[in-house]
Ligand binder design. Structure first.
Ligand code: DGL
Length: 284
């Protein structure tokens, strides 16, 4: 279905857009809504084309740009890429090249910077682990971001190509998931035994937290991003009143998906534990 574009005038307010390749971004959305409940939100999951993790840089960039443009068309002035793969592979180009052409007054923010900021304050050994999709690991975005902010912190990353499919296929709490979770945690800890903070660098991974906590050494703290992204968004809106006043505040949350809406609703309901009534859209 094609949604009619929202008529955007300079003074019109709009919801905060939240974009992910699939369902993982719902973990971020939940934390943002819990911290900032009075804003309106519009979530878009590109479920028909998820997962993004194994796609090339250019494909992730094109898909993400299409998602951002769709959210802008629906009246969002501010879009959060609640996806590490999209933040790693598309955010910088969108911020530096596309926004200027689309509308220099709109903003797109990612999830890597807020996470990179916080880890430097949480690690005592200055050795940080990163588990993420192959795309995020190969982009080296975390290494670069952490290096800029906390140059004394050493980052060791391990790609977990099976973890997103485990979540998307509702296998994350099944016994079969244990093998994949344990294998990657063991690989990470063998590569650097001094790690005391481990970033879950994919918004899908919090669904695996009970199993991660089971296999992770107790001296290592696992960091889920949602809480920190929500804190940073609150701070951003506080510092940027010109953007804050463009974000509508009705406490609503709507959902868009590129998959069949019934499929999305059924799964999102299980993840969110609340009823969801999504609308299907086509991105191109
Ligand atoms: N939630 C996305 C992330 O944070 C999942 C990536 C994917 O679609 O592979 O990276």
């Amino acid at each position: 279905m094609t949604l009619p574009p929202h008529s955007l005038t300079a003074t019109a307010t709009g919801p905060i857009g939240v974009f992910d390749s699939g369902f993982g971004g719902l973990t971020v959305l939940q934390e943002i809504r819990a911290r900032l409940p009075h804003y309106d939100y519009l979530f878009l999951g590109d479920n028909a084309r998820a997962p993004y993790g194994g796609h090339s840089f250019d494909v992730v960039y094109q898909y993400t740009l299409q998602g951002v443009e769709a959210l802008f068309e629906q009246g969002c002035h501010l879009v959060i890429l609640a996806c590490n793969t999209a933040s790693a592979k598309a955010l910088r180009t969108i911020q530096q090249h596309d926004l200027e052409k689309i509308d220099p007054n709109r903003r797109v923010l990612g999830v890597i910077r807020p996470t990179a900021e916080i880890v430097g304050h949480l690690t005592t050994t200055r050795h940080v682990g990163l588990l993420a999709t192959p795309g995020t690991i190969s982009s080296k975005s975390y290494d670069m971001e952490i290096q800029k902010l906390h140059p004394d912190v050493k980052v060791t990353g391990v790609a977990c190509p099976m973890w997103v499919p485990l979540v998307e296929n509702f296998e994350y709490d099944k016994p079969g998931a244990d093998y994949f979770v344990k294998a990657k945690i063991d690989e990470l800890m063998e590569r650097d035994r001094q790690i005391d903070v481990m970033i879950l660098g994919c918004t899908h991974f919090p669904f695996l937290l009970p199993k991660i906590a089971h296999y992770l050494p107790t001296c290592v703290k696992a960091i889920s991003q949602g809480q920190y992204v929500a804190e940073q968004l609150e701070d951003y809106l506080h510092r940027h009143q010109e953007m804050d006043c463009k974000c509508s505040k009705g406490g609503s949350c709507r959902y868009l998906t590129t998959e069949d809406s019934e499929i999305f609703n059924k799964t999102a309901r299980l993840f969110l534990r609340e009823d969801v009534n999504a609308m299907q859209i086509v991105l191109n």
